[in-house]
Design a protein around this ligand. Structure first.
Ligand code: PNW
Length: 453
């Protein structure tokens, strides 16, 4: 096997999110979030699963951090549950909620693990949901207040701050297709939510910077959008539309170019974009130091007047056909295509130069394959190996990629799929809460110690 080394200082780690692992849904003054409401609504999540207990990480964080140290992780990305900090989304902070993240941060630092904070990974306080959630402009302002409160407590120890995780999902899955909380559907609501999420990011980024934050960023899930047929003009137009709705609608305003004209035109056909006010684009363009990239699978599209589109992408019906995934698939039904990661990183580095990137999520769900000492997940090792090679290739082509965080440290609550999809490099037995590193965890430990493959 050829040796593949990563640059010195390349950051190796793992990622999780609050609602997916913490449990303790009613502990220490935590308020309800839109995901509590959604998961407790029959028919929304597989088999009625909820995050009430999840991996019980809230009570087991010390053991989990010890496990991270054993695996040699240098960084750990976790999210902060807004409803623990402000149970109603606004108003006084709940010190007991902050205490948890304070303890977690100290435990990480004591083991030499760099905390990478995500301020919002989808668990909006229900009280704000009741007032319109991300379709309400005030939510963006409340988010900046919340971010400032968290920074005031952790800013002396946490270096890296990201505002939002995957605003595409919050907006298009939450308010477009409705498969995520709050489970609404409407083109107007989805685009309104996109704008208010971006505004929330900009306001929070500015507030964090003013408070002294060292590294400020955002995590997106940009798509590697590919045409069904390389030579088809109709397919190229479909690529441009989907690229606009998933990628440029976020990346252009974040980097100071404002909303792309073709995207605004598309949106205007579905809703009057009165939610964009003077000065908003300037707010959204607050300088960032880091772009987090979550990548799992590419998107193949064809341009077709009879295309069924995708409910998550308002206005793609009768224009775009999303091709069914082909070739090797993960348990999510997502195709495995590492080359998509190289293409995506190179494309972003080319079109949006000067933005250091961090892979904040990459990984795969596979059913458990029992082995001698737990789960022998050769399929996951192959997936991770392929994607690390693809990331290395992007670096070789000049991309400023700072690190790689595997999704996920633990098997966890996979949103609408509940606990039936397992992304962890560490197996979780939900009856006993026993953690068992899978073969992939041992393999990853080796990768980290060698700084390469
Ligand atoms: C991301 N989609 O979610 C999230 O950031 C994680 O919390 C999640 O567990 C992980 O990827 C795996 O799914 C996504 O339907 C969920 O396109 C759904 C989609 C994309 C990303």
């Amino acid at each position: 096997m050829s040796e593949l080394r990563f640059p010195d200082g390349f950051v190796w780690g793992a990622a999780t999110a609050a609602y997916q692992i913490e449990g303790a849904a009613r502990d220490d003054g935590r308020g309800p979030s839109i995901w509590d409401t959604f998961s407790r609504t029959p028919g929304r999540v597989f088999a009625g699963h909820t995050g009430d207990v999840a991996c019980d990480h809230y009570h087991r964080y010390a053991d989990d951090v010890a496990l991270m140290a054993e695996l040699g992780l240098r960084a750990y990305r976790f999210s902060i549950a807004w409803p623990r900090i402000q149970p109603d989304g606004t108003g006084p902070v709940n010190p007991r909620g902050l205490d948890f993240y304070d303890r977690l941060t100290d435990a990480l630092l004591a083991r030499g693990i760099d905390p990478v904070v995500t301020l919002y990974h989808w668990d909006l306080p229900q009280a704000l949901g009741d007032r319109g959630g991300w379709t309400a402009r005030e939510t963006a302002e409340h988010f900046a207040t919340y971010a400032t409160a968290v920074y005031a407590r952790l800013g002396d120890r946490v270096r890296t701050w990201t505002t939002l995780n995957e605003p595409w999902c919050s907006a298009y899955l939450g308010y477009g297709s409705g498969v995520h909380a709050p489970g609404e559907s409407g083109a107007g609501a989805a685009f309104t939510a996109v704008h208010h999420l971006l505004l929330a990011h900009g306001l929070a980024a500015r507030a964090l910077r003013a408070a002294g934050a060292e590294v400020v960023g955002i995590t997106l899930n940009p798509a590697d959008v590919r045409p069904a047929d390389q030579d088809s003009a109709a397919d190229a137009a479909a690529v441009r539309l989907v690229d606009g709705l998933q990628n440029r609608v976020f990346l252009d305003p974040l980097t100071g170019a404002g909303y792309p004209d073709d995207v605004l035109e598309h949106v205007s056909r579905l809703v009057e974009p009165t939610f964009v006010r003077d000065g908003d684009e300037k707010t959204i363009a607050a300088p960032i130091d880091l772009l987090g990239i979550n990548y799992y699978t590419p998107t193949y599209v064809a341009g077709r007047p009879d295309g069924s589109g995708d409910a998550a992408f308002p206005g793609t019906e009768r224009a775009v056909e999303f091709l069914p995934p082909a070739g090797p698939l993960t348990d999510m039904g997502w195709m495995v295509e590492p080359a998509g990661l190289t293409r995506l990183l190179v494309r972003i580095a080319t079109d949006y130069p000067g933005l250091p990137m961090l892979i904040t999520e990459n990984g795969a769900a596979f059913p458990d394959a029992p082995g001698a000492e737990g789960v022998d997940d050769a399929d996951r090792i192959a997936y991770l190996d392929g994607h690390l090679r693809a990331a290395h290739e992007a670096i070789a082509r000049g991309v400023d990629l700072r690190g790689y965080l595997v999704w996920s440290l633990l098997d966890n609550f996979e949103w609408a799929e509940g606990y039936r999809k397992r992304f962890g490099i560490v197996h979780v037995d939900y009856l006993t809460q026993r953690r068992t590193p899978k073969s992939s965890a041992r393999w990853y430990q080796e990768v980290i110690s060698r700084n390469g493959l």
